[in-house]
Design a protein around this ligand. Structure first.
Ligand code: SAM
Ligand code: SF4
Length: 320
């Protein structure tokens, strides 16, 4: 079992399988050149061996992310192998949804449990403004296909002042109607994002939602920093609010980057380089690296907006 020095059980790993992406979201990688190539990728069969070690050490949930994970054409085989190794593993994927129509059925058959699709707006022009791509039709079709094949879906929305703030309620309406679980994610300042962006915080979001819906906070069954709210007879929604002081208390995760670094926290620069161990397939070295990273996990993120201490790590590198 992996337990950090503050008594938190680490049962969740987020795995970034590529830094590359077909979008250029304003909050993530607005200035990355179009022809950016990721030449540090670890082959997925190597990543699989690392994750087997993590599962043996008690990891119960794995989320595949990126960059855009569906750019890796062997992703479904990777998912099938993880599922074969652990039938009880909770296996999820975060995607921008652009390639979902093509892959949804195969993802389901491979043993994926559920999907998070990032969608910040239902307005095609706005999606172009946010992601620099004309992608709304593809994402909406992908969502319907994923729903059709029976994958449970969460939608991740980053509310941005002056950009999509008037869609807080319409996005919730859309998700409630379609049986998707909407999760608002507070914009997390970082040095790779467009520095002019301004996010909305939990209180501001709840005030806007309260103008249409009555809701109450629910005690969740699962551990983790997201909060959940219930709207009677309609459904639920969630908020991820890392600006709140108590956010780190229930943190249960570490992150593996696509080049083989284990990051114990998004906003903490120290990390463990496990690249060599993973490429060599050295089980003992991989186990040591994982344990060291859990041991190094800080009590709280080192993120101080007043001191202008933003993360220098890109979200497309850590996987968000
Ligand atoms: N490309 C996939 C996608 O967009 O879903 C997976 C990778 S993306 C880095 C993972 C999540 O991080 C997305 O839901 C995205 O909205 C979120 N994200 C990226 N940059 C962010 C930021 N600065 N603040 C808050 N969330 C961010
Ligand atoms: Fe790509 Fe996801 Fe980053 Fe947007 S948030 S640029 S889709 S990795």
């Amino acid at each position: 079992m992996l337990v950090d020095t503050f008594g938190r059980k680490i049962e969740y790993i987020r795995v970034s399988v590529t830094k590359q992406c077909n979008f250029r979201c304003q909050y993530c990688m607005p200035d990355t050149p179009e022809d950016f190539k990721d030449d540090t990728l670890i082959p997925l069969d190597r990543t699989l061996e690392f994750l087997k070690v993590a599962i043996d050490e008690g990891v119960k949930k794995i989320r595949i992310t990126g960059g855009e994970p569906l750019l890796r054409d062997d992703l479904c085989e990777f998912i099938s192998s993880l599922r074969a190794y652990s039938p009880t593993l909770e296996l999820a994927l975060t995607t921008n949804g652009f390639f979902l129509k093509k892959y949804a059925q195969k993802l389901k058959e491979s043993g994926l449990n559920r999907l998070n699709v990032s969608l910040d707006t239902l307005n095609a022009m706005r999606l172009r403004l946010i992601s620099k791509r004309d992608a709304l039709p593809e994402v909406l079709e992908g969502l319907q296909e994923a729903k059709r094949v029976g994958l449970p879906i969460k939608i991740n929305m980053v509310p941005l002042r002056g950009i999509n703030e008037d869609e807080i309620v319409p996005m919730l309406d859309f998700c409630l109607e379609n049986g998707f679980f909407l999760r608002y994610i507070e914009f997390m300042e970082n040095s790779h994002a467009n520095q002019k962006l301004q996010g909305m915080n939990e209180k501001e979001l709840l005030d806007v939602i309260g103008s249409k819906y009555q809701f109450s906070e629910v005690q969740k069954q699962t551990i983790g920093p997201a909060k959940e709210f219930a709207i009677p007879d309609k459904g639920r929604f969630g908020i991820i609010a890392p600006h709140n002081d108590d956010f780190c208390k229930s943190c249960n995760r570490v992150r593996l980057t696509s080049e083989g670094t284990i990051c114990p926290c998004l906003y903490y620069q120290e990390a463990v380089n496990a690249r060599e161990a993973i490429l060599e397939g050295d089980v003992e070295k991989m186990r040591e690296a994982l344990k060291l990273s859990v041991h190094n996990k800080p009590e709280k993120n080192q993120w101080d907006l007043e001191q202008n201490q933003h993360s220098a790590r890109a979200f497309y590198y850590t996987g968000g």
